[in-house]
Design a protein around this ligand. Structure first.
Ligand code: AMP
Ligand code: TRP
Length: 333
């Protein structure tokens, strides 16, 4: 029998999840739970790279477990776990950090963006080395595919470079080559207040948060920045606001951008257009929020994490041992 392929992804609990996280990542994870061995985790160690309030971090972590369950992940089909519960992540990180270069890490867009706003002397080592830990996350599970939004593909490319380098150095296939998969539409949802910028957890003005009340979500969409015209066409350069709303609609309807555009052929008022977008978002998010509330139960969350920890640890420690032996660390009984 052919070996089942593996999929792995994670979200870091640094803030309230947005519609961008949902469309670009979260809602796609369940697509891998029937035909792949699916691993989905909460990247809590990654949340420490910038200062964060401990109580806030803990609450976000629990919320993400409930969001995972609300999105349709089934704990018996998908291994849902906490990064800090599986010590192999930190151990493989300590090994791999010796195989990546300062040059390549300093070229990572996410690092450049985040560190640009900081005093150079005070940029954390963890922020710089973030992609090393992410590489460890992916390689520990020998993931074939890594479903992510567009902003993470560069990090997966780095993991691929490391796989080439490492396997070549030891002349054997220690690690499986991973591949980033992004959704056809919606891999980069933009801010509603500035559609030339990505919607991100740290930009409350242009965000739709998954925990926002439905009336707030509607209000935010109705006041999304658009242009002065009245045509509903997909043209990200000249009409970034309208194009972003079309992307959201198209992703949530599972249709192409062309199809989405043709549905709005007869609409020439942005207000009317936005109302349809808001209805679409609420049609998806309201039931999702109801499921989220049901799953936000400490008993359920602990049970999911305990089961996930056990399964993930088993897989991860097998890979870690193989790596230790490969590089010459003495693995003994
Ligand atoms: P993060 O919030 O950085 O932990 O991202 C978690 C996942 O959501 C990653 O796969 C990101 O690529 C994805 N993501 C974050 N923001 C967006 C966005 N605005 N559009 C699409 N995907 C996103
Ligand atoms: N870096 C990812 C983000 O910011 C989160 C993440 C950490 C991740 N480790 C991963 C995603 C491994 C996919 C695979 O969104």
């Amino acid at each position: 029998m052919e070996k089942m392929k593996r999929s792995l992804s994670g979200i870091k609990p640094t803030g309230n999840l947005t519609l961008g996280n949902y469309i670009g990542a979260l809602r796609n994870f369940k697509n891998y739970q029937d035909e792949y061995e699916n691993f989905v985790f909460i990247a809590d160690l990654h949340a420490l790279t910038l200062p964060i309030d401990p109580a806030f971090l803990r609450q976000n972590t629990k919320d993400i477990v409930a969001f995972y369950l609300a999105s349709g992940l089934d704990k018996d089909k998908t291994t849902i776990f906490l990064q800090s519960d599986v010590s192999a992540h930190s151990e493989l990180n300590s090994i791999l950090i010796n195989y990546l270069y300062m040059g390549e890490l300093s070229r990572m867009t996410q690092f450049k963006d985040k560190s640009a706003k900081m005093n150079h002397e005070a940029v954390g080592v963890g922020l710089f080395a973030y992609p090393v830990l992410m590489t460890a996350d992916i390689l520990l599970y020998n993931a074939d595919v890594v479903p992510v939004g567009e902003d993470q593909t560069q990090h997966v490319e780095l993991a691929r470079d490391l796989v080439h380098r490492f396997n070549a150095r030891y002349n054997k296939e220690v690690f499986v080559m991973p591949k980033a998969v992004t959704p056809k539409v919606g891999a980069r949802i933009m801010s509603l207040s500035d559609p030339t910028k990505k919607m991100s957890k740290s930009d409350p003005k242009g965000d739709i948060f998954l925990k926002d009340e439905p009336n707030i979500i509607r209000k935010k969409i109705m006041s999304a920045v658009t242009d002065t015209g009245n045509e509903i066409i997909y043209d990200p350069v000249n009409k970034p606001g309208i194009s972003n709303l079309l992307q959201i609609y198209s992703a949530l309807s599972d249709i192409t951008l062309d199809e989405a555009q043709s549905r709005f052929h007869d609409i020439h008022q942005y207000g009317e257009f936005k109302k349809i977008i808001a209805d679409k978002v609420l049609e998806e998010i309201v039931p999702f929020q109801e499921r989220f509330k049901e799953f936000s139960n400490p008993k359920i969350i602990n049970e999911v994490l305990n089961q996930g920890k056990e399964r993930a640890s088993r897989v991860a420690s097998r890979t870690l041992n193989k790596v230790k032996k490969t590089v010459g660390l003495y693995v003994h009984e």
